[in-house]
Design a protein around this ligand. Structure first.
Ligand code: NAX
Length: 329
């Protein structure tokens, strides 16, 4: 059994964290031999609720959990952490424009970037879940210049898992027989869920489904609108599935991807696949020894090209708005 690592979850009193903390603390992310000290960061009005979460974690009686640090202070929350799940964000309130939401969240991720820069381990791996996740990750990285840009990622794994589930259902096969579905771009309605490089039992999904109209329209829209469909039914946004996706993302980042497989992560663009550099764009990545690389050489047809360009344009616009908010601070 190795020394405990410190892991922070922000938004720790919220609904995604309620599922995520349990998954992390029982070993789903860092494995059954890695002890952890969980840092739980939320805002001052949530400290009472957080106390209840701390009690429940204790009552789970989990052998891997070596300590819990609840706090509203980023300097404490990010101290010496090796992994950071940035889940907490300002939710969209009624009457709030997209710009207002972006502006409120940019400020949160600036503060958290600065805190990570000052007190986290220099090799900390950061996953941003709070929306707008891609641009929040970019801002966070911008304010943490002492930590490599590659260490800041945004979550599109929930979209990937949704896409994989849709294809498995369509093909009437078990989920694990479908591989290599890709989410390109922004974690927003402009994302492009791409089944054209996916396989079922190692063979092309395109050939197995043999229905391009479905793959270009219904499949894409179902994945893009899945979050809204869950809200309609549950009257609350996806939480259990979001937590599972965050856990999958970080597990693969630490443990690596299997040979021949890739997963989707929002990472800083190096211009691959004709995308603009220096935005956080979701790409297919392969991971080895804790480092991701963008999978190269995949087919991007004209239909996909249009989708990639549209989602990149949205990310450039978000980046510009976010930088303007930062400059005005
Ligand atoms: P909740 O509203 O249940 O919880 C959010 C928590 O964050 C609250 O406890 C709040 O007090 C806390 N918080 C706010 N500002 C904070 C700050 N500055 N520091 C620390 N904590 C802070 O939301 P929940 O359903 O858990 O969702 C969290 C975020 O995930 C939202 O931004 C949501 O939009 C985003 N999502 C992202 C997904 C993705 O795939 N990337 C999917 C699921 C989810 O919608």
């Amino acid at each position: 059994m190795s020394e405990p690592i410190r892991v922070v979850v922000t938004g720790a009193a919220g609904q995604i964290a309620y599922s995520l903390l349990y998954m992390i603390a029982k070993g789903d992310v860092f494995g059954p031999n890695q002890k952890l000290i969980l840092h739980l960061l939320d805002i001052p009005p949530m400290m009472g609720v957080l106390e209840g979460v701390v009690m429940e974690l204790a009552d789970c009686a989990l052998p891997l959990l070596a300590g819990v640090v609840p706090t509203a202070d980023p300097a404490v929350g990010f101290k010496d952490v090796s992994a950071a799940f940035l889940v907490g964000a300002m939710p969209r309130k009624q009457g709030m424009e997209r710009k207002d939401l972006l502006s409120a969240n940019v400020k949160i991720f600036k503060v958290q970037g600065e805190a990570l820069n000052n007190v986290a381990k220099k090799d900390v791996k950061v996953l941003v879940v709070g929306n707008p996740a891609n641009t929040n990750a970019l801002i966070c990285s911008h304010y943490a210049p002492s930590i490599p840009k590659e260490n800041f990622t945004a979550m599109t794994r929930l979209d990937q898992n949704r896409a994989q589930a849709q294809l498995a259902a369509r093909l009437s096969v078990g989920i694990d027989r479908v591989r290599n579905v890709i989410i390109w771009g922004n974690h927003s309605s402009t994302q492009y869920p791409d089944a054209k490089n996916a396989t079922v039992d190692g063979k092309s999904v395109v050939e197995a489904i043999a229905n391009n109209d479905y793959l270009n329209a219904e499949f894409v829209e179902t994945v893009q609108k899945r979050g809204a469909a869950v809200i309609n039914a549950r009257k609350m946004s996806s939480a259990m599935s979001a937590a599972k996706a965050a856990s999958d993302h970080m597990r693969d980042w630490f443990a690596g991807t299997k040979d021949g497989e890739f997963v989707s992560m929002g990472v800083v663009s190096d211009g691959s696949y004709g995308t603009p550099k220096d935005i956080v764009f979701s790409f297919p990545v392969q991971i080895k020894d804790g480092k991701w690389t963008i999978k190269q050489g995949l087919a991007v047809d004209d239909f996909a090209r249009g989708k990639l360009d549209a989602t990149a344009a949205e990310l450039l616009e978000e980046k510009e708005e976010a930088m303007a908010v930062c400059a005005a601070e």
